[in-house]
Design a protein around this ligand. Structure first.
Ligand code: B16
Ligand code: MG
Length: 214
């Protein structure tokens, strides 16, 4: 039986991808190039340092570790300015209702995000207490598609991977859940999220009962 649900943050609970894109774009522009919205798709679910490497490669730049640390910090500052304006109104459609069903069914929940800002975002949207475990970028050594973030979540909840369902919007995150031996609901486009067991446009389209018969 399914005992626990593990949720990605960006793209599942809130849409911070747009803020990441704006902040990375500001950084790229300051270096003299631009990044497209299409390119930004590749950055979803990928850690801050890996995202920076992909962006610098896109701009044809090779920088020192010190310069890269400085740029990453600057981007994060711009990103946090945007995050600081978030409120509970930024919770994505269907999330609050779905969590109500999860709570009524007494299932365990964990957050599985590679973001180092995850706690701050949950605080801003008033959902910090909705998770029994929070695994974020400060607790993991390897980002998605490595399964570490979800395996740690299941372990902290005391459940087996096979008893867990992951909710993910990114290709890298779905890969991570599959490698971890978990079932996955993809949030987004079925043509993109081909490895998910089920794909819905948003949590508003799904009832908990449909997940429990997985
Ligand atoms: P930070 P998730 C990920 O969040 C984002 O999808 C990804 O675009 C971002 O680079 C990463 O967090 C790191 O975020 O810079 O805040 O540490 O989808 O795993 O919740
Ligand atoms: Mg995501």
């Amino acid at each position: 039986p399914i005992k626990a649900l593990l949720f990605d943050l960006d793209g599942v609970i809130v849409d911070t991808a747009i803020f990441h894109y704006q902040a990375w774009r500001r950084m790229a522009n300051s270096l003299g190039f631009d990044i497209s919205e299409e390119f930004n798709e590749q950055l979803k679910g990928i850690s801050r340092t890996e995202s920076l490497d992909l962006i610098l490669a896109q701009g044809g730049l090779t920088l020192s570790d010190e310069q890269k640390a400085d740029l990453a910090a600057r981007k994060n500052g711009w990103y946090l300015e945007l995050v600081s304006q978030m409120t509970p109104a930024d919770i994505l459609p269907g999330v609050t209702d779905f969590f109500g069903q999860v709570k009524a069914a007494r299932l365990k929940t964990a957050l599985g995000s590679v973001s180092k800002n995850a706690r701050l975002i949950l605080e801003r949207i008033g959902m910090l207490d909705d998770f029994d475990a929070i695994i974020d970028g400060t607790k993991i050594a390897r980002g998605k598609p490595d399964p570490e973030v979800f395996l740690k979540g299941a372990a902290e909840l005391g459940v087996q991977p096979a008893e867990s369902v992951v909710f993910e919007d990114a290709v890298a995150g779905i890969e991570a859940a599959k490698r971890g031996g978990m079932r996955v609901v993809g949030i987004g486009d079925p043509a993109v999220l081909t490895k998910a067991d089920r794909v819905v446009a948003s949590l508003a389209e799904l009832s908990l009962d449909e997940v429990l018969i997985f």
